[in-house]
Design a protein around this ligand. Structure first.
Ligand SMILES: NC(=O)C1=CN([C@@H]2O[C@H](COP(=O)(O)OP(=O)(O)OC[C@H]3O[C@@H](n4cnc5c(N)ncnc54)[C@H](OP(=O)(O)O)[C@@H]3O)[C@@H](O)[C@H]2O)[C@@H](O)CC1
Ligand SMILES: Nc1ncnc2c1ncn2[C@@H]1O[C@H](COP(=O)(O)OP(=O)(O)O)[C@@H](O)[C@H]1O
Ligand SMILES: [K+]
Length: 479
């Protein structure tokens, strides 16, 4: 499991550890890891042009010390000091002693244009707001140049705790972070500014209090996914009921069922007006056209994709929400549901909105949801007292209990932004709910497998390609 900790927790852990270690130890551990990554990034250190952008804090100190190490190995290192009178004294002395030179901010863009590597040490976890005006031309020059941009701890300008970006920020190719990940490394838009993240262990682990964020890895998902045992039968594995599709949107029913068949459930019941289309593609489905309660017993419902907004659809959503089994609500179901009913349910409820649907439920603008994903998903989960999976470039899953860490899905790829892929996700995730996974785990494993399936299928995909690739994704997490 990859964990994300808040700045407050990182500072407390750092304080506790530093109290037991000689001064400067943690910084030198961080610097050793940082310099090693710079060496990997550079195509030969000797003679390479390196520019260090150094702010006034310890983040600048890390960058200056790493620059000194590279200078000692023959790199031509130039430091651009944002605040020359307040630069990190030890780091600056080390850089000068190693033969590095120092220029002012005005000369920054010109030296950056000729660099092979730019080390961004403007701000780390101490940064507030976007980049200040003096630093903006340096970030722009780094972005324009052909240099590899390596951010120290965080790309300067992003908000460590939320992954939000207010104003300008450095766009890094690589970010080297210390001690633990911060939410900004795992949540867009900041995660996109961070590029590829390298983690350097500086011994903080045992001192860290609880994380705010978790990102599952293969081993975590393999441990959570159910495996049919010798005595399993289709009913013991769980049956998922899918309420989706309409005469206008029959494809949504087919797609949701195709996902549901690849989840954990032993059987899929489809309830709705387009059973023929579902059977034509998936003969293993049990279809019925009446109302959900006439369909037979299920262990979970997935309701919403392609329902349209007719009276029957509204009634079906209300009926499913009145049941005592877990319910996943997606797409049109999110518009048709009564939020008070949702809030009052005692069985688990999982909502799976994209940014536009979340915006409608929150009364926010869509862009605000995309810019403030963590706050948006938490607010919605807390308001409606349900689990929420917010889809998009970073899919996030929040529990109604605000003390439970939010999960960030690490497998998503932008090829998933294809019509109907959300319907497939509803099916997979609903099927995991029917297979008795706890709601947050079903949501995070569903998103994980869905993203992995898109990676397995590679390149331009249709939603059915994603569904078809789920079994291979499922197999790959076990190895
Ligand atoms: N934690 C750990 O375990 C370890 C931490 N380590 C390292 O320490 C880093 C944290 O260092 P830190 O606390 O000194 O803060 P830091 O990020 O350098 O920035 C603060 C300075 O920036 C300024 N400033 C603020 N906002 C700004 C803006 N928008 N735009 C421009 N400038 C802005 C602000 O200046 P002021 O407001 O005073 O003008 C302030 O002086 C951490 O990220 C990691 O790299 C490792 O060495 C070892 C282990
Ligand atoms: N830029 C992106 N990167 C990764 N995944 C994305 C991106 N954009 C969309 N997705 C994923 O694609 C799926 C789209 O679902 P949704 O918005 O419901 O579309 P539809 O209604 O067409 O099925 C979601 O799983 C979402 O997380
Ligand atoms: K930085």
């Amino acid at each position: 499991m990859r964990l994300g900790h808040s700045v407050e927790v990182v500072r407390a852990a750092e304080g506790a550890l530093m109290a037991r270690l000689p001064e400067g130890t943690l910084m030198q551990r961080a610097v050793a890891g940082l310099a090693a990554v710079c060496t990997q990034v550079l195509d030969g250190v000797y003679g390479a042009r390196v520019v260090v952008l150094a702010g006034s804090g310890d983040n600048g100190g890390d960058a200056l010390f790493a620059g000194a190490r590279l200078a000692r190995r023959g790199a031509g290192v130039t430091a651009v000091l944002l605040t020359p009178d307040r630069a990190h004294a030890g780091g600056l002395a080390a850089l000068r002693a190693a033969g590095g030179r120092v220029v002012g901010v005005e000369d920054g863009p010109a030296v950056i244009a000729r660099a092979a590597l730019v080390l961004d040490g403007i701000t780390g976890i101490g940064g507030k707001g976007g980049l200040r005006a003096r630093a903006v031309p340096l970030a722009e020059a780094a972005h324009r140049s052909r240099a590899a941009v390596v951010a120290v701890d965080l790309p300067s300008g992003v908000d460590a705790d939320t992954g939000e970006v207010h104003g300008a920020a450095v766009r890094a190719d690589v970010t080297v972070t210390f001690g633990t990940h911060k939410p900004a490394h795992l949540i867009d838009p900041a995660a996109e500014f961070a590029g590829v993240t390298h983690f350097v262990d500086i011994g903080l682990g045992p001192e860290l209090a609880g994380p705010v964020l978790e990102a599952l890895q293969h081993a975590d998902v393999a441990a959570l996914l159910p495996r049919p045992a010798g005595e399993s039968d289709k009913y013991r594995r769980g049956v998922i009921g899918v309420v989706a599709g309409s005469r206008r949107y029959p494809g949504a029913a087919v797609l949701a069922v195709s996902g549901a068949l690849r989840g954990a459930a032993g059987g899929v019941r489809y309830v709705g007006p387009v059973g023929d289309a579902v059977l034509a593609r998936h003969p293993e489905t049990m279809v019925s056209s009446g109302s959900p309660h006439q369909a037979g017993r299920v262990q979970a419902w997935a309701v919403g994709p392609g329902l349209g907004d007719g009276a029957d659809a509204r009634a079906a959503v209300a009926e499913v929400l009145a049941s005592d089994v877990p319910v996943l609500v997606d797409a049109d179901g999110l518009r048709l549901m009564d939020p008070e009913t949702v809030r009052g349910r005692t069985a688990p409820t999982l909502l799976t909105p994209h940014a536009g649907e979340a915006a409608a439920l929150l009364g926010w603008a869509r862009e605000d949801v995309e810019a403030r994903r963590l706050t948006a998903v938490r607010t919605l989960a807390e308001r409606l007292r349900v689990t929420v999976l917010l889809k998009g470039s970073t899919t996030l899953i929040a529990d109604p209990d605000p003390d439970v860490p939010v999960r960030a899905n690490p497998t998503g790829v932008s090829w998933l932004a294809t019509a109907g892929s959300g319907d497939v996700l509803s099916g997979i995730t609903g099927s995991l709910l029917a297979g008795s996974l706890p709601t947050r785990d079903a949501a995070s494993c569903g998103a994980y497998l869905h993203g992995l399936a898109a990676r397995v299928a590679r390149g331009p995909l249709s939603a059915l390609d994603v569904a078809d690739a789920v079994p291979e994704a499922w197999r790959s997490v076990y190895v």
